[in-house]
Design a protein around this ligand. Sequence first.
Ligand code: CTP
Ligand code: CA
Length: 226
Amino acid sequence: LLFLLGPADLKGKSVLITAGPTREPIDPVRFLSNRSSGKMGFALAQAAQRRGAAVTLVTGPVALADPWGIDVIRVTTAEEMAAAVLGQAPAMDVIIKSAAVADFRPASCQSLKIKKTNQGLRLDLIKNRDILAELGHRRQPHQVLVGFAAESHDHLSEGQRKLREKNLDLIVVNDILGSETGFDVATNQVTLIGRKEIHPLPLLSKEATADRILDRVVTLLGEKAI
Ligand code: CTP
Ligand code: CA
């Protein structure tokens, strides 16, 4: 039975995972968002729970039910995600940010629905705070911090830059122009970039990808414990 359940190598660890998109309101009926089904983050949460971790999942709006045995916090905007994540972070051993956070939000949300009276419409956008970069800058030495990056070009160099600039241990890079990978599909082909190594994974289900990411996390936790 133990063999069937797999390793309990995250037992005793607190793991925080973010999933899904955020939504930034424009008016009462409209928002800006990113493409993200939340499947990768939910798969990570379930795999970590199965491997013995106490899992908190902070998710934006997705069409997925709360997974069993996981503390789920549902948020809408990037600001709400930042508040939930930064509040939970100090108690965590591992933080994995697979959410597709909106980089910008409308400078103001109109309280009345915008009518199509004009020829066009200009929206003023302001930058959202980078939750992952803030986590990286206030990271405790024992914490393992994992980011994601969806790139349409230069995915390896962009991944390495984000790993360095956000002070991460690992970044999971998705080449979004590749086929059968990324949005709304069950499979993923990602590259894991660490401080010392680049490790391309084959095309795998999101569940199998989640387990490969957690294998690296377990190794990193072990290295920090020495
Ligand atoms: N991220 C975040 N907060 C933001 C934007 C991004 O926490 N406001 C996190 C994402 O959850 C992801 C990582 O940062 O883990 C990389 O996101 P990505 O969009 O690839 O990178 P950016 O730094 O936003 O750069 P750009 O979109 O310009 O490529
Ligand atoms: Ca971004």
